[in-house]
Design a protein around this ligand. Structure first.
Ligand code: SF4
Length: 426
């Protein structure tokens, strides 16, 4: 019996809405290196959340809203005000990435995208290789904007293809067809030097044969980055209602785990190996933005529902678009909550995030950074090393393929924040 695949951690979900998981589809789980450049002090990532979609996908639990219309100018002004607020809090930083997520940010007027990029570049010094990603859906209206978005400064597109099969796309409630997806990919590859696309697998009825055919096709399309997620049924979604009504049965966990192992083998053979639980890239084509989340760097998050983590604080913005606009009008920013992260919370999060990466995580560095003697129970870690679930090099821990299938379980086993002993004067 294979244990369930790891569920997405809270931070990953935060990321998507301004925290870590930009390149992650809602209602999906992350199935399950090389050393990568580390984010240094003073560096900053910026997440911008655009909350609108043309329709709501039945698996989606992201902060996305369908509206008959919205005032692009009002949204431009609101996002610029929210950005200026973060800039006042974070002077002197160097911006390394901007990520426009959603929702469907390819619905944004490219002029707004250009304004935000311009303002961010005024507020902060920018890295010479500033990565600017925008998530896009592949319907023809949005694809027609790709050249304008590239002119606005976007240099990396993340395309939500999700499947090459029309039946699967209908099941997922997607507003595009497989042929539109292929055309959008071609268009995007003409406009952007770096294009990533998402696929969702482990759908009901998926088999190793059907998934290996689709993944093989994906790997033949010349992309340097892929996000491959397993479908999960999130509470409160239409799919959750359908499963409760027995309209369909999710794929069982053993079958899903087998598909994950197949994915790992095929992407490695194609030299697009995983660098994170569900993200795969050619060498030096990893998402710099998401690496900031997983390496526990600072990021500002603006826009409805966006999360941020900066200066030891967690920030959360108003989720509902109308409430966000009211917050901006009232206070000049969209923050609904701003709370300090305790050293224990921060150390736990940093460990959780870091273990997602193929490069692993230096638990000793985390302990030192947050003032603990240790953040790991090394006796248990060594036991898991002996059983082949992780590798240990000093205080660096890297999960093996078997360990990545059991990420949540392993975290529960080894996470153990131990305070530094304080000498008490007698
Ligand atoms: S397009 Fe993306 S964000 Fe919008 S409803 Fe569908 S899954 Fe959610």
């Amino acid at each position: 019996m294979i244990a369930p695949l790891p569920l997405a951690g809270g931070e990953e979900r935060l990321s998507r809405e301004g925290a870590g998981l930009s390149e992650r589809e809602p209602g999906t789980t992350d199935p399950p290196g090389r050393p990568l450049p580390q984010a240094g002090g003073g560096e900053l990532a910026l997440y911008v959340h655009w909350p609108f979609c043309v329709s709501k996908c039945p698996y989606c639990d992201f902060n996305s809203h369908v509206r008959a219309g919205f005032d692009q100018q009002a949204w431009r002004d609101a996002l610029l005000a929210d950005l200026a607020h973060e800039a006042r809090r974070l002077p002197g930083r160097k911006l390394t990435s901007i990520f426009f997520g959603g929702g469907t940010p390819s619905l944004m007027d490219p002029v707004i995208v250009e304004s935000i990029i311009g303002a961010a570049s005024t507020h902060w010094a920018t890295a010479a290789d500033l990565e600017i990603t925008l998530e896009a859906n592949p319907n023809s209206v949005e694809a027609a904007r790709f050249a304008d978005l590239a002119s606005a400064g976007v240099n990396r597109l993340s395309l939500g293809l999700q499947s090459f099969d029309d039946k699967a796309l209908r099941f997922l409630g997607r507003a595009h067809s497989a042929s539109e997806g292929f055309r959008a990919l071609e268009t995007s590859q003409r406009s952007f030097r770096r294009v990533s696309f998402d696929l969702i697998y482990a759908l009901p009825g998926d088999t190793e044969a059907s998934w290996s055919a689709m993944l093989g096709q994906a790997l033949s399309l010349g992309t340097s980055h892929l996000s491959l997620y397993q479908l999960t049924i999130e509470p409160g979604t239409r799919f959750a209602t359908m499963v409760a009504r027995h309209d369909f049965e999710p794929l069982d966990t053993d079958a899903a785990a087998a598909l994950y192992e197949l994915t790992d083998a095929m992407t490695s053979a194609a030299r697009v190996p995983s660098y994170e639980i569900s993200n795969y890239a050619r060498s030096r084509q990893e998402s710099r933005h998401n690496l900031t989340y997983w390496r526990y760097g600072d990021y500002a998050g603006i826009g409805p529902g966006a999360h941020g983590r900066r200066l030891g604080m967690r920030t959360v913005r108003h989720r509902k678009p109308e409430n966000f606009l009211s917050g901006i009008a009232r206070s000049g920013h969209g923050i609904s909550e701003e709370m300090p992260l305790s050293p224990t919370e921060a150390a736990d999060e940093a460990l959780v995030m870091g273990l997602r990466l193929r490069e692993g995580v230096d638990a000793g560095a985390i302990a030192e950074r947050f003032g603990f003697q240790s953040v790991v129970d090394w006796t248990r870690a060594d036991r898991l090393a002996a059983s082949g679930h992780l590798q240990r090099d000093g205080t660096r821990i890297v999960l093996t393929a078997a360990g990545r299938l059991l990420l949540d379980h392993i975290l529960g086993e080894i996470a153990a924040v131990q305070p530094i002993a304080v000498a008490v004067a007698s």
